[in-house]
Design a protein around this ligand. Sequence first.
Ligand SMILES: [Zn+2]
Length: 179
Amino acid sequence: MKTTIGFFLTLSISGIAYFALHAKPQEPMSTSDKKPNQPEKKVVKTEAEWKQTLTEEQYRIARQGGTERANGEVYKQFKQQGGGTYYCVGCDAELFSSKVKFDSRCGWPSFYDPSKAKNIKTIPDIDGVRTEVKCNVCDAHLGHVFTGEGFDTPTDKRYCINGTVLKFVPDPKTDPQTK
Ligand SMILES: [Zn+2]
């Protein structure tokens, strides 16, 4: 019996020794496990389909270029939200991180930088003055971006976004409301 145990012990010790000698140095998990950044597929729906999936207010803003009331209920909720991510209400594309939101006191959710630039596109507004911000995946109207207003942020850009078309998913680690 003793010899059997000794045998297995030797076997397992040599196994550990073998592993220790031959194991590759650990690579950081984040780089090897991450999927390559693939362009999101375009989400295209008919107007009738959009009307079915969006609320009336979401439809008015996202599909018809409307603007929500300043300092409304959505904005109050936005100000109370902690850490998390903001997604497009039309297609769930990731748009902004709470890390880049700031209080511009303009009455609408403000961000200074899109967390994933590929899901945001900016085009000259039909008013010929402003720059419109749209979701690059489903073409939802999100708001406007203003530059060089003197805000104390790394970009001095204000992505002035309708909270109605944002879907907030709190990060349990940093959002105090989810605790
Ligand atoms: Zn979208």
